[in-house]
Design a protein around this ligand. Structure first.
Ligand SMILES: [Mn+2]
Length: 319
């Protein structure tokens, strides 16, 4: 019997989350918020966790509550999938730099057996325009779409358009990619190398506007849809790049940022801030494009100290 679980109008987007230090949920939350704010058709979000991230964890529950806020706000569905990886995967040497979470995408055709097509996104992205434009890309004969930088020798695996039905027919996706990793445990880019080795030239070349990686950040324009912080993470290092500000603006609009104190705490953990400078620099750097609104915010918050700060942020950003 043909399963009609995939309504053709619904865009399915997948993120994989490695949350050992309780950090990636908030970045995934930022990416999801940006995506849902800018996309107008129906979207369903799938979160891949490794199997050890237990459902009865307090932290899991706290994050789940925040995803529920997003579900209600954007009238969408956010489903968690706990993915079982072979035990040997966690011993791959490069996973000291990457995490097991990076491998979860390799299990996608099996984790979502009834879904025909997905967009896979890393958590270190923001989506600035309707993601349907990527969803509707006609890949012709190909069943995978990815971006290859002109100087690169591997396509980037952080944004993938995946015709899962086609992949299931033509590849033994998980088996082949995991076999590559078993045979090349020291490969630098782990899952990305595995995907490149399996697909070789058999993929559709996506335009860079769907995956504006760090090496292209200088060329950010209004047409760019997905900014990918592929190397320099905005939560680690300050960058003189408009996308950096956009990231924190979206973060401030997530349920992970309930008040201005949390925003300050997050921003001040960026490594090239010195401790004395934190407050001044945060105000100066984060809000350069938003200074007017920040001043308004400060004035407003001083006179209404007892008012819920979250409410203030919402009012300021949506003015
Ligand atoms: Mn990435």
């Amino acid at each position: 019997m043909f399963s009609d679980i995939q309504n053709n109008n619904t865009i399915h987007v997948v993120f994989s989350i490695w949350n050992l230090a309780d950090s990636y949920n908030k970045y995934a939350g930022t990416a999801i918020t940006s995506l849902l704010k800018n996309t107008y058709g129906p979207v369903e979000i799938h979160l891949l966790y490794d199997e050890n991230y237990k459902k009865n964890d307090l932290e899991y529950d706290a994050n789940r509550e925040k995803y529920k806020i997003l579900e209600n706000r954007f009238n969408t569905k956010i489903t968690c999938h706990h993915v079982e990886m072979p035990a040997w995967c966690s011993t791959l040497p490069k996973l000291r730099f990457f995490t097991l979470g990076t491998l979860l995408r390799l299990m996608l055709p099996d984790v979502l057996p009834e879904i025909h097509k997905v967009i896979y996104l890393d958590c270190d992205v923001i989506v600035r325009k309707d993601i349907r434009e990527l969803w509707d890309v006609d890949m012709g004969k190909y069943c995978l779409g990815a971006y290859l930088h002109e100087n690169g020798d591997e396509f980037n695996a952080g944004v993938l358009l995946m015709d899962l039905a086609g992949i299931r027919k033509r590849y033994e996706f998980s088996k082949q990619t995991l076999a590559f990793l078993a045979n090349h445990p020291n490969t630098q880019t782990v899952d990305q190398a595995a995907l490149n080795s399996v697909f070789k030239e058999d993929y559709y070349h996506l335009d860079k506007k769907y995956n504006l990686t760090t090496e292209n950040h200088g060329s950010l324009g209004p047409e760019d849809i997905v900014i990918h912080f592929s190397w320099i993470k905005p939560w680690k290092i300050y960058q003189d790049f408009p996308g950096y500000y956009e990231f924190w603006e979206y973060f401030s609009d997530t349920p992970w940022c309930c008040d201005a104190t949390e925003l300050l705490k997050e921003v001040s953990s960026v490594s090239n801030f010195s401790s004395e400078q934190i407050i001044t620099d945060t105000r100066n750097l984060i809000y350069i494009p938003l200074r007017k609104r920040l001043n308004y915010f400060l004035k407003f918050s001083q006179s209404f100290i007892m008012v819920n700060v979250r409410e203030l942020i919402v009012r300021v950003f949506h003015k």
